[in-house]
Design a protein around this ligand. Sequence first.
Ligand SMILES: Nc1nc2c(ncn2[C@@H]2O[C@H](COP(=O)(O)OP(=O)(O)OP(=O)(O)O)[C@@H](O)[C@H]2O)c(=O)[nH]1
Ligand SMILES: [Mg+2]
Length: 520
Amino acid sequence: MRVIGAARDDPATRVDALVAAIGPKVGPPVICRRDVVLVTGPWLAGVSSVVAALRQRAPQHDFVEAPQLAPGDAPTAVVFVVSAAAPLTESDCALLDAAAEHTDAVIGVASKVDVHRGWREVLAADRATLAAHAPRYAEVPWVGAAAAPQLGQPRMDDLVAALLSQLADPDIARRNRLRAWESRLQTVAQRFRRDAEGAGRKARVDALREERSAALRQRRQSRTEHVIALRGQVQQARVHLSYFARNHCSSMRVELQEDIAALPRRKIPEFEQHARGRVAAVLAEVGEAVHRRLADVAQALSMPIGLPAGETLPTVAIPAPPLKSRRLETRLTVVLGAGFGVGVALTLSRLLAGLALRLNPWLNPWLTGAGIIACVALGLALTLWVVHTRALLSDRAVLDRWTGDVMSALRSVLDELVAGRVLAAESLLNTALSARDEAEHARVAHQVSVIDAELREHTIAAARAAAVRDRELPAIQVALDAVRKELGEPGMPTVGARSAEPAATAPPAQRQQQQQQRQM
Ligand SMILES: Nc1nc2c(ncn2[C@@H]2O[C@H](COP(=O)(O)OP(=O)(O)OP(=O)(O)O)[C@@H](O)[C@H]2O)c(=O)[nH]1
Ligand SMILES: [Mg+2]
């Protein structure tokens, strides 16, 4: 029973009971209170020297440096050593926050006062800075010390006196436990607040929203781009192939005209076959070019539409050239040719008769007879030549006209071929584009639905965290207020704003008064 009574009188147990009575759903601080004094401070502040000196001056107490404390160990008091060379910085304050997280008893030391003459000003500045950093430090006693002086004797009396006085305070265990509870309650409250505010969650939600709108934007853009690309490619192919076909027609026409101009009479019957062969060749060439170009378009658009390789080519309806039906023209030519031949023969025979009369009258009858025969032969030959030449020229003219007709027929067939095949390919490409669009739409819809699901989860998690915060925080705040009141820090702002709090205003007199009340 005595043990139970002693445990009930234990300051830590009393503090635990005080907090438990308020009822926050927070477990007790998970710390191991050690009966040691932690001496800590920034780099090269003189910590080790102070530890050595304190061990000499107060051998009844244990002094340790930060590395000698295990995680979770809490010292009974903290001696915070800073060099008197320069005032305290924010990072030094943060160092003290970590060291004195579960310990209320803190002593500030401005070290190396033997060499820094202005140490008192630095000490005052340190005191002000620390008090401004957090209200709990407003009453921290500050002393000057020289543990390993270069000049004169060590100066440790003030520090030893202040430390022994703190350690001798019967209330130190209770205050340290209260401080541990304050730290614990603040940490838990901050965790609830952080969970509810969810900075990480917010960033993730923003990123998800951005990803969502980017996916939808990209989908819209890619659809428009594909439609424009398809139209452009098809138009280009149409223009190019029409030009190609017309060009081929024109060059073939010129070629055939040249052939006709040099065509001898005996080759006239073969010309029709030759022209038909050329037409078939041009038709095949244009068909091949159309196929190739449309395959290129499909490849450029990355849409394999499977154009049939050997499509049947259309036929060009070509009538035979009208070479035979010209009997009247032949008769006329024969008459004209005969007239021309007779005229030439008569003229020449008269010329020869006159010539023979002048040369030798004895030979006249013979010469005249021979001349007549020669002139008749010549007239006949001329008649035949005229008839033949006229017939050849007429045939060539007929073939030339016929070639023109063939070309027009071929051109219209080629126009139809190009237009029809481009139209068919465009329709296939549009179908392929729609299919691809559909697949893309399904992919983006799936991506968006995954994002939406995650966004919903985040919204639910945020609402849940806010509900937990609203449910748990009031009790924690009440417990924290009670702990702070016990520590003599009434009127503190709400939890989670420790570093932003104004300088402490709890007067030392008030704290003394509270201590006296408790001791009574
Ligand atoms: N003048 C003068 N120098 C001191 C005093 N105390 C320590 N020093 C010098 O300050 C330097 C650092 O001293 P330490 O005691 O090793 O300081 P520390 O904070 O333990 O240093 P670290 O552990 O390296 O961060 C040494 O060169 C000491 O000689 C002092 O009281 N007066
Ligand atoms: Mg050291």
